[in-house]
Design a protein around this ligand. Structure first.
Ligand code: AHR
Length: 315
């Protein structure tokens, strides 16, 4: 009898271990500090919930992401998290996941596929982020003429498309503000610096530039370096506004070298796992879009304190 009880207790323990949910996570890569933090937070959230996370780094390539999703489907995982590098080209693989009845949750970027092909998407209002940045600039410059250079994110990605549109919405009606240069910096610090160097050269050594709008903080940090090397003062000679709210931009803000950033939380996984848990437990269908907050920070918002608060968080 005792033996039988022990055996069933062992079976229960084994049973509970074996029933841990397995989630495949196809991450874009590690192009920015923000993305590194999203990866860290996702791993922490999975661990805290006893979820077994299969992580795949696509090195910025969509074909690697598609291959990873196919491999997750072949393994029969319980769900897939997908941070899609670009917005198009996902129909076939999402249909394969749907056929296998594996729920897919999009993280931080959108796709142009039919929403029935994924369970939900967790992300910010990317157009709104650009609008906040544009409105902030419009307030700063008032009636003064302002020539803006724009560092765009990865071409074809939803944040690059939406943040470009949002900024234009934000400065609409302000004829004194003109976007005079716009090019992709692929969301990386290195590209941000290289492209900013070209902007400075094209714009009278930077004398004709009033502001930089960067689709993420990492590109802004690279551009700040280029501005300094050109002998100008970032944050004064050229205003700098960007998106993400990573520690390094707060450090730049504390030094007076950046002016404003719009926060994008790296914790997309928390709401994603909550939605998945409700779906696994009771078949509850979440909203198609779970929106995270976007908050504007300026030099008036204790940038040194923000840096201190965020620096240990995996960025
Ligand atoms: O999709 C979110 C964007 O991707 C972040 O703003 C950027 O830093 C990242 O690489």
């Amino acid at each position: 009898m005792k033996k039988t009880l022990l055996a069933s207790a062992a079976a229960l323990v084994l049973g509970s271990a074996a029933s841990a949910q397995v989630v495949g996570f196809s991450q874009i890569g590690s192009e920015s500090g923000w993305r590194a933090a999203e990866t860290t937070v996702t791993q922490q959230e999975a661990e805290a919930r006893g979820i077994q996370l299969q992580f795949s780094d696509a090195q910025q390539k969509q074909e690697n992401q598609i291959a990873a999703v196919r491999s997750f489907i072949a393994q029969g995982v319980d769900a897939i998290l997908l941070a899609p590098v670009v917005a198009t080209g996902w129909d076939a693989v999402l249909e394969e996941a749907a056929e296998a009845e594996i729920p897919v949750v999009l993280l931080d970027r959108m796709v142009d596929s039919d929403p029935s092909l994924y369970l939900t998407a967790v992300g910010s209002d990317l157009v709104h982020e650009g609008e906040v940045a544009g409105q902030w600039l419009a307030e700063q410059v008032g009636e003064e003429p302002c020539r803006v250079v724009e560092l765009q994110g990865t071409t074809g990605s939803s944040p690059a498309i939406d943040r470009a549109q949002g900024f234009r919405n934000g400065i609409e009606g302000h004829a004194n503000i003109e976007i005079v240069q716009s090019q992709t910096g692929d969301f990386t610090r290195a590209q941000g610096k290289t492209v900013m160097e070209a902007f400075l050269q094209a714009e009278n050594g930077g004398a004709d530039i009033c502001a930089l709008y960067a689709h993420n903080d990492d590109m802004a940090v690279g551009a700040i370096q280029a501005i300094k090397e050109a002998g100008l003062k970032p944050g004064e000679d050229i205003l700098v506004v960007s998106i993400d709210a990573v520690p390094d931009i707060f450090q730049a803000m504390a030094a007076g070298e950046a002016n404003a950033t719009v926060e994008l939380t790296p914790n997309m996984a928390g709401p994603a796992f909550d939605a998945l848990q409700a779906y696994w437990d009771a078949g509850t269908e979440p909203e198609k879009f779970i929106q995270t907050e976007s908050k504007l920070y300026t030099q008036a918002d204790d940038p040194q304190g923000e840096y201190d608060r965020r620096k240990g968080l995996g960025y």
